[in-house]
Design a protein around this ligand. Structure first.
Ligand code: BEZ
Ligand code: FE
Length: 303
């Protein structure tokens, strides 16, 4: 018998195919005794897809080693402040695919997008029309809208968490001190309305000084995210919505590195020249500002 390695794309001899399929069968069978049916289903599907991948690309042993080294580096850079595995999931679109699977379209409910790593519990509460900046630099942006259910009924008392990067593209958590800035939460009023001052969003790169950044560089992809403002909206009896709004016209809308952009979430941030009166009488001196409207529709819980 002659021995050789089938090149990627070349036909795999029938006898070799059978040998490879036999390995997959044995591994799948090894989970048959798992008494948790969901765990069995997930593990068997994982094995099927993983083996199919190895066979399809005819993975070399050097490539297998490189993969293991990559995952090892990903683990080593991960700690309580930095989660490189989530970043990897994000740039592979696995996070957005999971969001899609778990937030099926429901009537006119607002679409969800990726959560990202920069949310913090215990953000400050902001009065209606208050400012979330807390010293973060950036152009002021008036944000207003309503929260309704899919029947159009206003949702009073909905909790709206918002967070964003400053004009240099950094979240407060990235400064390595204890500051809390450019984040907060507001509640809708009795008519389901909300408003606050944020910052006009700017684009920023995801953390790209680690293995995920190297991967993006190797494949010629940009680490940039399209400018956005994060929202998490919750109210009892309604599906919690995690989403962002994006700035219409931005250059990175079509190449957002974590695939988070959805057309329905792209909004007009209207530029307001310095001196334009503000909606709540805030005196901005000689600063320009912007304004955006985001009406939020929540699906019922359990949908
Ligand atoms: C973010 O939007 O904050 C984000 C999302 C995914 C990866 C990195 C950052
Ligand atoms: Fe973000």
């Amino acid at each position: 018998m002659t021995h050789s390695t089938t090149a990627p794309g070349a036909p795999v001899p029938a006898e070799q195919q059978e040998r490879e399929a036999e390995i997959t069968r044995k591994v799948l069978e090894s989970f048959d005794g798992c008494t948790d049916p969901r765990l069995r289903q997930v593990m068997q599907a994982l094995v099927r897809h993983l083996h199919a991948f190895v066979r399809e690309v005819r993975l070399t042993e050097q490539e297998w080693n490189k993969g293991i080294e990559f995952l090892t580096r990903t683990g080593h850079i991960t700690d309580e402040r930095r989660q490189e595995f989530i970043l990897l999931s994000d740039v592979l679109g696995a996070s957005m695919q999971t969001v899609a699977v778990n937030n099926e379209a429901y009537g006119e409910a607002t679409e969800a997008t990726v959560f990202g790593p920069f949310f913090l519990e215990n953000s400050p509460e902001i009065e209606p029309g208050g400012d979330i900046a807390f010293g973060a630099e950036g152009e002021p942006c008036w944000v207003e809208g309503t929260v309704t259910d899919i029947a159009g009924t206003p949702v009073p008392g909905a909790r709206i968490e918002v967070w964003e990067a400053d004009e240099d593209g950094f979240y407060d958590t990235q400064y390595g001190d204890d500051r809390m800035a450019a984040r907060g939460h507001v509640f809708t009023d009795s008519d389901g309305r909300y408003s606050f001052w944020g910052l006009t969003p700017t684009s920023y790169p995801i953390p790209h000084d680690g293995p995920v950044g190297k991967l993006l560089e190797a494949v010629g992809r940009s680490p940039m995210r399209a400018p956005h403002l994060h929202f998490m909206v919750s109210s009892p009896g309604l599906r919690t919505l995690v989403t962002h709004i994006f700035v219409r016209g931005d250059e990175f809308l079509d190449s957002d590195t974590v695939f988070g952009v959805k057309e329905s979430l792209v909004k007009d941030f209207e530029a307001q020249p310095a001196g334009t009166p503000t909606p709540n009488g805030r005196d901005l001196g000689d600063r320009a500002w912007s304004r955006v409207r985001f009406d939020i529709v929540l699906a019922p819980d359990g949908t």
